[in-house]
Design a protein around this ligand. Structure first.
Ligand SMILES: Cc1ncc(COP(=O)(O)O)c(C=O)c1O
Length: 444
């Protein structure tokens, strides 16, 4: 039986980080995002050690889009990773948490002037330039800096097809991200970046997609990027100091997922970098990677309370939970698959095949199709695994559902990291003049 990062305890309950999930539900309610802190820290260390053991001049940057709260920033800081942010909001979160600006990498395909200005003001480590418009904005900003150069990298699209869902592929030529290598835009961007006085080009970045299980795309990417670095040296005399290969390392959602180990991913990438550097007579540059999902994904479990059960004999049994696409958009968006257990009957035999429905008003709001579970009753607690990445960060208030709370568990202790939204929170930003005859909601 797959229990995510948890295990079965003597009460027949699912336990995560030494905490009984049923006790967590009593304390914090459902839906609830539970993050196994030890698992997150362990992943951070594995990535850092695997890479630095092979190449000291390296850095692991956590991709904050996967899951970002101030507490997470603190953890990432403590573990010595850098942080990738993609918006003013993510940057603000990091800065507010006290994360060192120098270790922040600012991404995004449409950064506004204000966002860039904010990044420069805070002194972020690198701005990853995505397009020619951004180069123009930076040229303007650079003029206003006194004797201080803005350190940048150029995001390139290496034309690599990773075998993953279309929406999470980003390295192919036909993409909204980055400067295309195939049409010469990458070289034009390089020339332009080198010509802008106030900018200091440090190297290149790419990210080919997410949830990748194969070695081949990483190998091909390494070679393509280094071939480009050779071209940059031969044509412009530019010495590439650093290459950021992005994230995309796959994780386990369901039993049959077989991702490579962290060490495998890193050694495949590094071997290819080393060989290509030899081939092109280049010094191995600083190597950066940006895992998001692989740091936080498997560490997350979402707990739901089961409510309505609708049986259509001979067709399907729909089991509804008190969350859905508002806390997990991935099944509706990518057809993502999950495994789950009944947390209060975690060791019971599997007796029926059911489908787990969310409570949002969309037929497509189905969290899991056809899963085998023990006999279910309303009030049971469903635990869905590997929900740490792109769940809380993608959560919405669709159907005016308050966003769930987030707790970190570790060493038999739970601590609230994000409190559950209230109905009041949902209305907080509304500008509304009540009718004179409106009733009091004081009791709700
Ligand atoms: C530029 C960049 N870096 C890193 C990541 C993280 O990817 P993953 O969570 O698959 O590791 C993404 C994801 O979209 C990305 O766009």
């Amino acid at each position: 039986m797959f229990y995510g990062t948890g295990e079965l305890n003597e009460l027949n309950h699912l336990e995560i980080g030494g905490c009984d999930t049923i006790e967590l539900v009593k304390e914090y309610g459902t839906p609830l995002y539970v993050i196994d802190e030890d698992h997150v820290r362990e992943s951070c260390r594995s990535y850092r050690n695997s890479l630095s053991n092979l190449h000291e001049n390296s850095e692991v940057i956590y991709a904050g889009k996967a899951f970002l709260t101030m507490e997470m920033c603190k953890l990432i800081e403590e573990e010595g990773l850098g942080l990738d942010v993609v918006s003013g909001g993510e940057l603000y979160t990091a800065i507010k948490s006290g994360f060192p600006a120098k270790r922040i990498y600012f991404h995004g395909n449409n950064k506004s002037y204000n966002e860039l200005e904010m990044a420069v003001k805070y002194g972020v480590g690198r701005i990853i330039v995505d397009n020619f418009y951004e180069l123009e904005l930076l040229k303007d900003l650079a003029k206003k800096q006194q004797n201080k150069k803005i350190k940048i990298m150029l995001r390139l699209t290496p034309g690599i097809e990773a075998h993953t869902h279309d929406y999470i592929k980003t390295g192919q030529f036909d993409s909204k991200f980055g400067f295309g290598m195939e049409n010469g835009h990458a070289l034009m961007a390089l020339e332009s970046a080198l010509s802008i006085k106030g900018l200091k080009l440090m190297g290149f970045h790419c990210h080919i997609g997410s949830q990748i299980f194969e070695e081949e795309p990483f190998k091909d990417t390494a070679d393509t990027m280094l071939r480009f670095a050779k071209g940059a040296r031969d044509k412009y005399g530019f010495e590439t100091k650093e290459i950021d290969f992005g994230g995309g390392f796959g994780i386990k959602y369901i039993e049959k997922d077989k991702p490579l180990t962290i060490h495998n991913y890193i050694s495949v990438l590094f071997k290819s970098v080393k060989e290509s550097c030899q081939r092109y007579n280049l010094t191995i540059p600083k190597i950066l990677i940006e895992p998001g999902r692989a740091i936080i994904g498997e560490a997350g479990t979402t707990l739901y309370t089961i409510g309505a059960i609708k049986n259509i004999p001979g067709i399907r049994k729909y089991v509804s939970v008190d969350g859905g696409m508002s806390d997990n958009i991935r099944p509706a968006l990518y057809g993502a698959k999950y495994s789950a257990v009944i947390a209060n009957k975690a060791g019971n035999p599997l007796e029926e095949s059911v489908s787990i429905a969310g409570k949002c008003c969309e037929s497509g709001d189905m969290l899991i199709w056809d899963i085998d579970l023990p006999k279910i009753a309303p009030g049971d607690i469903l635990a869905v695994f590997s929900t740490g990445a792109y769940h809380y960060s993608m959560a919405s208030n669709y159907n005016m559902l308050p966003k769930p709370a987030v707790v970190f568990v570790n060493n038999k202790m739970a601590r609230l990291v994000v409190r559950r939204q209230t109905y009041e929170d949902l209305l907080r930003n509304e500008v509304f003049v009540p009718h004179s005859n409106s009733i009091s909601l004081a009791n709700f």
